[in-house]
Ligand binder design. Structure first.
Ligand code: URA
Length: 239
């Protein structure tokens, strides 16, 4: 990888415009490998570069792959209408990097959400051709019973869909709790399927995407982190 000037490196990492990044550097707000660098012309090999901005530590990343344990009360859309955007839960440079969620969760749904600035990754993960199963745990308003489980497995007719849609799997977890695995990612799909099967979704959490399990990520609600190479490989494994 070839060397780049520090202002370009910072800009690529979402720390603002070229001019803004030059100012940060000249103001002494940036260190590289432990040393304050005040000339924006100083060149570094970006790969593996460790730097700080306002004392916060960063490592150069050509692209970012993030995982969030989404709390309730945040919208996945960029221009939310009723609730704050999920990007409020991330440092500002992630918004500058144009990080986008992979698919969407409703404002009141919690759990596993991936985000990235890699368009090819977002496209591949959300493509219906990928058949990436998503696992949800729903709390229901009425008791879960075998009839509900069987209806979801057999398929329920949703308004505006040409044919009934079935869950890949469905199992009762408790009197008012059911786990549903879906292959598609249609609008309000779990809530609509539960309603079509005669129940009502009172609360919803996404607990897994493919084989990536929320429980293994050690993230409290509202917390995020970068995905590890191993976690990315789990997601990219062909199903
Ligand atoms: N299904 C829903 O109804 N809502 C979500 O947020 C995700 C899946």
């Amino acid at each position: 990888m070839k060397k780049l000037s520090l202002d370009r490196i910072l800009q690529s990492q979402g720390f603002g415009s070229r001019k803004g990044c030059r100012e940060l550097i000249e103001d002494g707000e940036v260190t590289v490998n432990g040393e304050t660098v005040t000339s924006w012309k100083t060149e570094f090999i970006p790969e593996g570069l460790k730097f700080t901005v306002f004392d916060e530590e960063w490592e150069y990343r050509a692209q970012v792959y993030l995982v969030l344990n989404k709390p309730s009360g945040y919208e996945c859309s960029r221009k939310p209408s009723h609730h704050p955007p999920i990007l409020n839960l991330f440092p500002e440079n992630m918004e500058w990097r144009d990080v986008q969620p992979v698919g969407r969760l409703d404002h009141d749904t919690t759990g596993l959400l991936l985000l990235s600035d890699d368009g090819a990754f977002i496209h591949a993960q959300s493509s219906p051709k990928r058949h990436q199963p998503k696992t949800y745990r729903a709390t229901t308003a009425r008791p879960v019973d075998e009839t509900l489980v069987q209806s979801l497995l057999k398929g329920v007719q949703l308004i505006d869909e040409p044919a009934p849609i079935a869950a890949l799997s469905a199992r009762q977890l408790g009197e008012f709790e059911i786990e549903i695995v879906l292959e598609q990612g249609k609008y309000h799909q779990v809530k609509r399927m539960l309603a079509a099967a005669g129940n009502h979704c009172a609360a919803l959490t996404r607990t897994a995407i493919g084989e990536l399990q929320l429980a293994d990520l050690d993230l409290a609600e509202g917390e995020w982190r970068f995905l590890s190479e191993a976690e990315l490989a789990i997601l990219q494994r062909q199903g």
